[in-house]
Design a binder for this molecule. Structure first.
Ligand code: AMP
Length: 232
């Protein structure tokens, strides 16, 4: 196990289809490196829950499994990345999801420099979790979340100790509204059509690192730690 570090990590982008394990891995990286997870899905769900203007605009789009407009999402991300807890780095989970968002992020980062322990410039590290299609379906349909602490479980592979109850705070686990079967197909379609070009873009620019997300969760985490330790 790689030891916890307080070094600057810089921006990390986790790519992968819904159910690939981005949320689970982000939370582990967040605890290990002490940098925040910036999940656009979570931020949008918070906005929906609080009935903000953004939430009202995003609600129906999300319920259909489609993507919220680039403008709305990029503005939301800009605000979040300005927070002081993002100074040493952050894990982008679910962003960028379109080629336009990837271009926007590059333009934003062009002016930001993260100094790591070697005092060198750090560009985003882009990691894609590759997962077999049938595995994805199992993961999405079995996913349960804690509405209080956000911890993610899976009824097939990572169940809570007590059925449907969070191990950490005892809250009743919930199924995400868009993890219903009829919404899964549009979400996977949006990934194929709109998010695959993002991976192609990072591949062309030599920045994409693929990780086999079918491996057990701990193994995937270790592999990501190794990638980050090599780069940071
Ligand atoms: P997620 O939790 O990442 O699966 O995201 C849930 C939903 O939020 C997606 O199906 C989209 O409707 C919306 N969403 C999340 N991130 C983005 C993004 N980067 N661009 C557009 N829509 C997004």
């Amino acid at each position: 196990m790689v030891q916890e570090t307080s070094r600057d990590v810089g921006p990390v982008v986790l790519l992968g289809p819904p159910g690939a394990g981005k949320g689970t891995q982000s939370k582990r990286l967040m605890e290990h490196y002490g940098i925040p997870q910036v999940s656009t899905g979570d931020l949008l769900r918070e906005n929906v829950a609080h009935g903000t203007e953004l939430g009202l605009a995003a609600k129906a789009v999300m319920a259909r499994g489609e993507l919220v407009s680039d403008d709305l999402v990029c503005n939301m991300v800009r605000e979040r990345l300005l927070q002081p807890d993002c100074k040493r780095g952050y894990i982008l989970d679910g962003f960028p999801r379109t080629a336009a968002q990837a271009g926007w992020l590059d333009a934003l980062l062009e002016h930001q420099i993260f100094d790591n322990s070697r005092g060198t410039r750090t560009w985003p590290i882009v990691i894609r979790l590759d997962v077999d299609y049938n595995q994805l379906l199992l993961r999405i349909t079995g996913r349960r979340c804690c509405p209080t602490c956000g911890r993610i479980y899976n009824v097939h592979s990572q169940p809570a100790h007590v059925y449907e109850v969070c191990d950490i705070d005892g809250s009743k686990l919930v199924t995400r509204n868009d993890d219903r079967l009829e919404v899964i197909q549009p979400r996977l379609k949006a990934y194929q059509e709109q998010t695959r070009p993002v991976a192609d873009y990072y591949q062309r620019t030599g920045r994409l690192i693929s990780v086999n997300g079918d491996r057990p969760v701990d193994e995937v985490t270790e592999q990501i730690y190794r990638i980050l330790e090599d780069r940071v």
